[in-house]
Structure formats: C-alpha cells, structure tokens
Design a protein around this ligand. Structure first.
Ligand SMILES: [Zn+2]
Length: 391
C-alpha cells in the first residue's frame, strides 16, 4: 500500500455514556428548529424521545417530528419527507436530527440532500444507476445523527441506501457532503435494543471492520480504526447480546460500529456486503443477519489472497501471539465461525427464505460497489457455485 489517500469523517463526534444530556447544547450549533426522524416506536414508548425533546427545548430548539420509519427507506418515503419539509419552508436555521438505526439516518441524509439540491425533483434522480444520475452539488441541510442500535455505522458515511421497487434493488445517493455534520453516540440508548438486533447489528459492524480492512481500496487511517474496532467488538459482542445493560459491552459495540462506519466510508467493503445487499432485496433478510451469514464465506473466498491482512487483524484482536500469517489468519477465521455458532447465525440460505430459483437474481444483485472492492475477483459462475452450496 502506498501512502496516497483522502480521509472523510463527521466534523464533530461526541461519544459517551449519558451524553445525550448535552443534546440541547450540541444541537444548537446547527440551528434553532429540528426536523426529527425517529427510527422506532420503542424510542417513543420507553420515554427516550420525550427526554431528548426536553433536552432540545432546553437548548432553545423547537422540534417537528417526522413520520416514524422502522424499515429501510423507499423512494416514496424520501420524497414524501422532502415535500413535507418544503411545505414547512425548511431552510437556513433548520437541521435534521435522526435518532435510531441505519434506516432513519439514511432517510434523514437523503432528505437533507434533496432539500438543497433542487435541480432534482425526486430522490430517484440522484440514485446511482437508476434515475438521471444527478450529483449532489450543494451542501445538504445540516444534520445530527444519533445512532442507537450499535450497528451500521451509517452516521459516519457519505451515502444513504434507498430501496427501489422497480426493478427491486437498493441504491445509494452518495456525496462527501452527505457525511452528517455532528454525530452523538450515547451507548446507554442501546440498552433497550433486543438481543437479536444487538447480535445482527454487531455482526454487521464486525463484517464492516474486516471487509474494509482487507478491501482492495483499503487505506491507512481506516485500517487503524478497523483494528481498534475489532479489538473491541470481538471480545464484547457476546456479552452485549447476553446482557444488554452491560455498560462496557454497549460502549465497546457502539464505538466499534462508529469506527466501522468511518472505515467503510473511506475503504469500501467486499463480498459479504455485496451478497447481503441482494439478500435484502430478494429475500428481505435483515442487513446485519445477511452479513453475519456471509462473513464466514467471505473469509473462505478471500483466505488465500488476503492472508496477510487477515493475519494482521488476528494478531491485533485475538489473545495469544500467533507466529505465521497462516496460523494467524486461520485463528481469525475460526473465531468468526465460533461467533456465528454462538449467536445462532443460520448457515443455509433456505433458512432465511431464499428459494433455489432466486440464485440468478442473487448473483446479479450482488454486483455493486461492495463486490468491486473484494480482494478476490469472482465471476458470475463462481459466485453462483458458492451461493448454491449454501442453499
Ligand atoms: Zn453493513
């Protein structure tokens, strides 16, 4: 790797247990009116939203709650939020606040971009390979992201993933200007996240850390972050799933997820994310679960070509000193297998509803930015054989 890179990250990251209490002070640096995207009704039911609204009000900020979305945003979702924002004359002095998982943050990122880039009428115009291929040329409305599920890392990335129905695909609107301005991570907010969601989002973070590290487009700063993230996530994910109230485990997983987002935003991903996108579209498999299922396969596929970087990760993240690259890479692969076993990750595609006749769609749907970054280049026939063996 030659030293020649760029590095993109949020302007300000505030991380810490209980630091949501500073939301009012932090948010008022962005504006006086917040349009809020909540990622789940749980945040309303368990009182989290009422508390946060009070913090905003203490900071002199008025709030407008947008419709709650607990699935990945569609073109219609983004367009309807944007037209509502326009009806409210959202502009200077306003900002978007997304609280929740990746879906709510993506919805806010896309709407914030569409609000200022009025040369497009619909989010469809900006989605890669779908519409008119318009570019984001004007800085979006400012945005504050508060991730609560300890997973996707989308709070630190420059794209938003939007579901397209015809043809059924997930596509991104992407621009360096779309990285949220401020990120506030309070790991205490994840205490109410279910064990299942904790497991899948945690596996998503681990997959992002590994895939970005071994990517063809890996870069030095994100690699340093990925190593740090993996040294936290591997030892703590089981505890976070078993004991959701564990402060140390929640902190470790929230931090690992944030680092994974910064790593993937700069280095890209690989095989597991390529196939996970297709599994989401064609079989509605939750993103983190799809990543967890595909990570062991991704490691096997890339084992030969990426032995050295896998060994580097193993030496950093696993306890005993490992001598050769081969021993170290093997140890990491064993650890991921045992993790998938302990977290009951399905190994067969039919267990998550994939039908044999969907293999062709899955192969075609796996092609994209992520797969392009995979160290080992696979043709369609090879990919088909790998997925067929997982049926
Ligand atoms: Zn992911």
């Amino acid at each position: 790797m030659t030293l020649d890179y760029e590095f993109l990250s949020p302007q300000r990251i505030v991380f810490g247990w209980g630091r949501r209490r500073e939301l009012g002070d932090i948010a008022k640096t962005l504006g006086q009116r917040a349009f809020v995207v909540l990622g789940s009704r749980t945040l309303e039911r368990n009182g989290s939203w009422a508390e946060l609204r009070q913090r905003l009000s203490d900071g002199g900020i008025t709030t407008e709650l947008l419709p709650i979305l607990s699935r990945e945003p569609t073109i219609a979702d983004v367009d309807s939020v944007t037209s509502y924002l326009r009806s409210q004359r959202a502009g200077p002095g306003d900002f978007l606040l997304a609280i929740g998982g990746g879906a709510s943050i993506d919805l806010a990122k896309a709407a914030a971009a569409l609000m200022t880039n009025i040369h497009g009428h619909s989010i469809r115009d900006f989605l890669e390979g779908v519409g008119r291929s318009l570019q984001v040329t004007i800085p979006p409305l400012p945005m504050l992201a508060m991730p609560t599920t300890g997973g996707t890392g989308t709070e630190a990335t420059k794209n938003a993933v939007i579901s397209v129905d015809r043809p059924p695909v997930k596509k991104s609107i992407r621009s360096p200007m779309m990285v949220p301005r401020v990120v506030l991570v309070d790991p205490e907010l994840a205490v109410s996240v279910s064990p299942e969601t904790t497991a899948w989002t945690g596996m998503d973070a681990i997959t992002q850390l590994i895939e970005s590290y071994i990517s063809k487009n890996a870069k030095p700063i994100p690699q340093a972050l990925a190593i740090h993230g993996l040294t936290l996530a591997l030892p703590w994910i089981r505890t976070a799933v078993r004991d959701g109230a564990s402060r140390l485990a929640r902190e470790a997983m929230a931090h690992a997820a944030l680092l994974s987002g910064m790593a993937l935003a700069n280095s890209g991903l690989g095989f597991a994310h390529g196939v996970a996108a297709a599994l989401g579209v064609f079989a509605d498999v939750p993103h983190g679960l799809a990543c967890a299922m595909m990570l062991p396969v991704a490691l096997r596929v890339n084992r030969a070509i990426a032995e050295k970087p896998l060994a580097e990760l193993a030496r950093a993240a696993l306890p005993p000193a490992l001598r050769s690259d081969t021993e170290a890479a093997d140890a990491l692969i064993r650890e991921i297998h045992s993790l998938c076993h302990d977290l009951n990750v399905p190994t067969r595609l039919q267990q998550v509803g994939v039908r044999p006749e969907q293999l062709g769609d899955l192969v075609a749907g796996s092609r994209g930015n992520s797969m392009n970054g995979n160290p080992c280049q696979l043709n369609d026939a090879e990919l088909h054989t790998i997925l067929e063996a997982m049926l």
